[in-house]
Write a protein that binds this ligand. Structure first.
Ligand SMILES: Nc1nc2c(ncn2[C@@H]2O[C@H](COP(=O)(O)OP(=O)(O)O)[C@@H](O)[C@H]2O)c(=O)[nH]1
Ligand SMILES: [Mg+2]
Length: 715
């Protein structure tokens, strides 16, 4: 593939150079301009888009250690240990020369918005002032942020007071802090003070020295980008994303969190082996990942169970149930435990996926859904061999995904190059096909097929109607339950009214450090998703069946067949090039449309947004509540108004809006298809009139591109 890549790149460059040189001559035609305009993006944009692999898990799950092992750098990303690291998104790519880090900071406005909310959140009502409240959880985190930036007792100050104070760094002038190092360890040391928050730091006055300042920046960090030199273990162009499990209180960081999950081609849900059985956190992460899968970019999910070495042999033997095979060493015990965990978790995952996806989905049938890894043993090799730590297996997984994606991208690229070179040939041909074409009835045929396609797409979407209706009914009858489950837990819990307040401040979506992620809008919409998920996935998947892709494929094949017909019956000899041009063009048109369809994310994720906008006024109203019984009052406002909005058709509105979005998608597709096809016909019919100039000859280039194209198809 590498050699194909470089030769196609060479050919594109030669063509571009040749064309631009002839463009310098006078009376150069629009045709050359057309060709160069289409070659330019191919020439400039060869480095293919990166492939994002997301490591999605709670702090302490072992994500950073896993990444270090995968990139074969033992001391690279700081590992959390006992002191907690900031849970911001860390992006790792390996295309650099050096070890580099960029620490991106929030903008002043973004911080200001958070500051307002934090002050509001930590504010104590008058009557509670004497009560010494345990500062834990949500309030504790807010207090820690304020103290580390503004000093002791910052939580007692007003917003206007705080906003006039100087921050430890001028965030307007330095939006990004850059670090460079020659060695991984050196970079790690430089990075460390920024992303580790020291537990006892907040009680003292903030240190004024350099290191002290760095350690005070963590609340302001938006995300971190690190680059390592190219390496053999991971292909260039793969970017790893270390994604914290719950999102973030800060709106900007939370938005990024969502975007990052949605742009990953692969999501690994990372969970510690001790917590993977029983603990529910990774289940929530899995649900979140399946949503991303529905959204379109993500095409693969796996569960990566970390710290497989964390096994106490005696305890294990005592609890071990099947005693058929004697186990003596820790090595054997770990391997057995790995197998058990894999079986158990694969079954669980399959069940979950089956509920949400069509039963013949590829992901349901892949051999490995679960990996059990040990980053520690990868380096120590005390109980396990390198292979048994499964790090090499994960690398292979990464390479396979990379090759698969890369092939798709390369194919796209080559098809476009082929299209241009064929067009150039066509511009040089002297065959006038206009008459033949007009008599062939191709135009009416295409028009009819487009109409049929539109109907097919409508039929395809109609499959969603019944599940949508059922989902809406379900959502209407369960909204109270959802509300109670999410927002009325133990009201006796001291800090809960603060959590509730934060939920309201954030319009229903709040990444709470104590209660994980609370998303009221999403939870209200969930019953609808439960009903529509398999059908939605079916409509938008890249597989045959009753999907949109099938409709488009059918359209493409019938058009291509007709074109073959028309051209074979033509009296003109040697029309091979024209025919190929048509085929290449229709392929491009359709694959562009498919990419358009992949942007279905907006459609899929629209339900909670619609609900959120309906509930917005009540969130705002409730967020203002203060004083005695504020918890009860907030709950009442929300609960009563959710009830009322439900009566007034909140869920039906969400449904209608989703359907409208589908219609919009269909309209976009149809409009684009019509324009693209008519352009194609015009181009394919153009020819060189007598006495007009010839364009440069690209016979050799054509042969080379065609060769690569064929070879790629065979791969
Ligand atoms: N025994 C064992 N401990 C591990 C392993 N991987 C990570 N840890 C420990 O788990 C803790 C959290 O790891 P870290 O990579 O920082 O997790 P993150 O917060 O998800 O990035 C650290 O104390 C690590 O030393 C492993 O494979 N085996
Ligand atoms: Mg980490």
């Amino acid at each position: 593939m590498k050699s194909m890549e470089s030769s196609i790149w060479k050919v594109v460059n030669i063509m571009y150079e040749t064309l631009t040189t002839s463009l310098l001559q006078e009376n150069m035609s629009d045709k050359i301009k057309y060709l160069t305009d289409h070659l330019r993006p191919l020439k400039t944009k060869f480095s293919l888009d990166p492939i994002y692999i997301g490591l999605f898990g709670s702090t302490g799950a072992g994500k950073s250690s896993l990444l270090n092992a995968i990139v074969d750098q033992q001391f690279f990303l700081p590992v959390s240990g006992r002191e907690t690291c900031t849970s911001c998104i860390v992006q790792v790519s390996n295309r650099g020369e050096n070890y580099e880090a960029k620490i991106h900071l929030l903008s002043l406005e973004e911080w200001d918005e958070e500051l307002k909310n934090l002050v509001e959140l930590v504010k104590k009502p008058k009557e509670e002032e004497e009560e010494e409240e345990e500062e834990e959880g949500d309030v504790g985190e807010a207090v820690r942020k304020l103290r580390v930036l503004y000093g002791k007792d910052a939580e007692a100050r007003s917003y206007s007071d705080l906003s006039s104070m100087k921050l430890p760094v001028n965030i307007n002038s330095s939006k990004c802090i850059q670090l460079k190092a020659a060695q991984a360890e050196e970079l790690s040391e430089k990075l460390d003070p920024y992303i580790r928050c020291h537990s006892d730091q907040d009680v003292e006055e903030p240190a004024q020295d350099d290191v002290g300042t760095k350690m005070r920046l963590w609340p302001l960090i938006k995300y971190v980008e690190v680059t390592i030199p190219k390496s053999d273990v991971i292909p260039e162009g793969v970017v790893f994303m270390d994604i914290p499990g719950t999102g973030d209180y800060n709106s900007k960081r939370d938005e990024m969190w969502k975007e990052t999950i949605n742009k990953c081609s692969v999501i690994w849900v990372v969970s510690n082996i001790e917590r993977v059985v029983g603990d529910k956190v990774h289940e929530v992460l899995l649900t979140e990942s399946i949503k991303a899968y529905q959204g379109g970019m993500c095409s693969d999910i796996a569960l990566v169970v970390t710290k497989s070495d964390n096994l106490h042999l005696e305890e294990y033997l005592r609890e071990r149930k099947q005693n058929n095979k004697p186990i003596e060493t820790k090595h054997d015990a770990i391997l057995e435990s790995n197998t058990t965990v894999k079986e158990k978790k694969s079954r669980g995952m399959k069940k979950k996926l089956e509920k949400r996806l069509p039963s013949d989905s590829e992901i349901l049938h892949k051999p490995d859904l679960v990996y059990t890894i040990s980053a520690t043993e990868y380096w120590q090799k005390m109980f396990l061999t390198k292979e048994e730590t499964e790090i090499p297996k994960l690398r292979k997984y990464v390479r396979n995904i990379y090759l698969k994606e890369k092939k798709k991208l390369l194919m796209d690229y080559v098809t476009q190059a082929l299209d241009i070179v064929l067009l150039a040939e066509n511009f040089n041909s002297t065959q006038d096909m206009v008459n033949h074409y007009q008599q062939s009835g191709l135009e009416t045929f295409v028009e009819e097929k487009i109409k049929a396609l539109e109907e097919d797409i409508e039929k395809c979407f109609a499959q969603l109607e019944q599940p949508l209706n059922e989902g809406v009914e379900e959502a209407k009858s369960s909204h109270q339950e959802t509300f109670i489950r999410l927002l009325t837990r133990d009201t006796g819990y001291q800090g809960f009214h603060k959590t509730l307040k934060a939920v309201c401040q954030k319009n229903g979506v709040y990444a709470s450090p104590t209660f994980a992620r609370i998303d009221l809008n999403g939870a209200l919409a969930q019953p609808i998703y439960d009903k529509i998920d398999p059908m939605f996935a079916n409509i938008f998947r890249n597989q045959k069946g009753t999907s949109m892709k099938s409709c488009l494929d059918m359209f493409k094949y019938s058009i291509q067949e007709k074109i073959r017909d028309v051209w074979t019956n033509s009296a003109v000899a040697n029309h091979n090039c024209k025919l190929k041009l048509f085929i290449a063009k229709t392929n491009i048109i359709l694959s562009t449309l498919e990419r358009e369809i992949q942007k279905k994310l907006d459609i899929y994720q629209f339900l909670p947004l619609s609900i959120q906008s309906d509930l917005q006024p009540y969130y705002e109203e409730a967020a203002k509540i203060q004083g005695r019984q504020s918890c009860k009052k907030m709950q009442n406002i929300l609960s009563e108004n959710i009830e009322r909005e439900t009566q007034w058709g909140m869920f039906e509105r969400a449904k209608e809006k989703m359907k409208m979005k589908l219609q919009e998608l269909k309209d976009t597709i149809m409009t684009k298809l019509r324009t693209d096809i008519s352009t194609m016909l015009k181009l394919a019919l153009s020819y060189r009139e007598e006495h007009s100039e010839r364009l440069p000859d690209f016979q050799n280039e054509y042969r080379e591109i065609d060769r690569i194209h064929v070879a790629l198809q065979r791969m």
